[in-house]
Write a protein that binds this ligand. Structure first.
Ligand code: BES
Ligand code: MN
Length: 456
């Protein structure tokens, strides 16, 4: 039997063992943002290190950073074959509110073909499937190409230290392409590949009108209310057509080629499904674009939170001293996330009423990215998906952000193939996050086919 056939048989014969190991991995609360989980983060990195060691790589180590460690591994003994950098992240988002989980987030539970746990879909299930695929292949022969693993522990907090790590390890990370497993398919039984991701620029604004909160009767109607003024500033950021009014915001946005619009229009989509997934009753957004265009290939601006004044129970008559909001922009090709702070700053300078103090804090962000859809490595992914699903792959643009993809294009000149098996309704970042287990297992098979395609 060939290495391919033997590996597929092996994967099918070891489903129970694989599920048990996945449960182990998902039981580790590797929440990157919470200091109390620092030991769990390290335990998770060690767990993955042991997995990579079982693959017979020549180097496996934890690369320390000022934050959480990076799991690194390599095997470069296939001269003449491509070098693949496999990317994943082992950190997860916090699991609160805990009372909204039907079963505890770090006690993985199987119900109706789904495994429920924080990180099941974003993205321990994916990197696990890739490792198991390679483990199956290495039972019956050598790895069919050169491989490097880079599994970080800070994706969910903006990959800050990864950026420095890449800058300082350009040679170490050289590769022909990146296999990014932080990805999903279009729908159950329908293979899909994400060909673009939006960039992100995230801010916090503070607007102060007085030294302290005032009596709203004693002073109301005589001085400015910072919440009203902040609301006007926010309202002023969109026009009646739903376009962002920040001067310069669209300057670098590319015109959409008609053929791309046609391709997006061909994707299966219904308002009803979309509203079902979002739990909303109406759609909204920029005029002149469809929902899939709005989310995938058009930029947007959203207030993520707003606060100030009295928000407790009951009524307190107060004229607030200060108002705050958190605000994000999602960016498309060829916008630069580093251009946005100056635009927002100019807007505030121009529009904040005289006598009010304001500050703008720039939180982490990252570049968007567009992948080459016609590279041989992309074809290899389409072929692998066709083999396991018996269907053609749908290519779609994605509204979320994975800054490392753009970073690696910029710094390593390496494109990413986003091959993973999350579903749009897996509930990532929310309560009852889950992964569809048939996807985990087809995922292992798809990665086996993919790796043989790349090596072949
Ligand atoms: N896996 C997600 C990104 C994602 C979500 C891609 C949905 C495609 C569809 C990733 O872990 C994530 O949540 N990224 C953050 C950005 C980061 C800088 C915190 C995001 O998109 O908000
Ligand atoms: Mn993720």
């Amino acid at each position: 039997m060939s290495q391919l056939e033997s590996a597929l048989d092996y994967a099918r014969a070891h489903k129970d063992e694989h599920l048990a190991e996945l449960v182990d991995l998902l039981s580790i609360p590797s929440v990157s943002t919470l200091p109390e989980h620092k030991p769990d983060i390290r335990r998770c990195a060690e767990w993955l290190k042991a997995q990579l060691e079982s693959l017979g790589l020549s180097t496996v180590e934890l690369k320390e950073t000022p934050g959480h460690p990076i799991v690194y591994g390599e095997w470069l003994e296939a001269p003449g074959k491509p070098t693949v950098l496999v990317y994943g992240h082992y950190d997860v988002q916090p699991a609160d509110p805990f009372n909204e989980w039907d079963t505890p987030p770090f006690e993985p539970t199987v119900r109706d073909d789904y495994i429920y746990a924080r990180g099941a879909s974003d993205m321990k299930g994916q990197i696990f499937a890739q490792i198991k695929a390679l483990q199956a292949l290495t039972q019956f022969g050598e790895i069919p190409f050169n491989i490097k693993y880079l599994i970080e522990g800070e994706e969910e907090i903006g990959s800050e230290n990864l950026e420095d790590f890449i800058d300082n390890n350009i040679d170490l990370l050289q590769c022909d392409f990146v296999l990014n497993t932080d990805a999903g398919i279009y729908a159950k039984g329908q293979p899909g590949i994400t060909y673009s991701l939006r960039g992100l620029a995230y801010f916090e604004i503070e607007l102060r009108a007085h030294q302290k909160d005032l009596h709203s009767g004693r002073f109301g109607g005589t001085v400015l209310n910072p919440i009203h003024e902040l609301s006007k500033l926010i309202t002023g950021l969109h026009d009646a057509q739903g376009r962002v009014t920040l001067p310069g915001f669209y300057d670098k946005v590319r015109d959409l080629p008609q053929e791309e619009r046609d391709a997006i229009a061909q994707l299966p989509y219904s308002d009803e499904d979309w509203l079902g997934m979002s739990g909303s009753k109406v759609l909204g957004g920029e005029e002149g674009y469809t929902t899939l265009e709005r989310v995938g290939v058009r930029p947007c601006l959203d207030v993520n939170g707003i606060w100030g004044g009295f928000v407790g129970e009951g009524a307190k008559t107060v004229l607030p001293a200060v108002a705050h909001c958190k605000l994000s922009t999602r960016l498309v090709a060829h916008q630069n996330h580093r251009d946005i702070p100056a635009m927002l700053e100019a807007y505030l300078k121009e529009n904040v009423p005289e006598g009010l103090d304001w500050s703008l804090h720039d939180h982490s962000g990252g570049p968007g990215s567009t992948m080459d859809r016609h590279s041989p490595y992309m074809k290899a992914a389409e072929d692998a998906l066709r083999t396991t699903y018996g269907k053609e792959t749908l290519f779609s643009p994605e509204g979320g952000s994975i800054p490392v993809v753009g970073m690696m294009q910029e710094k390593l000149d390496s494109d990413s193939i986003l091959l993973g098996f999350a579903l749009p309704d897996d509930g990532i970042h929310g309560p009852n996050e889950r992964q569809y287990l048939p996807n985990t297992f087809t995922g292992i098979e798809t990665y086996i086919h993919y790796m043989m395609n790349v090596g072949g």
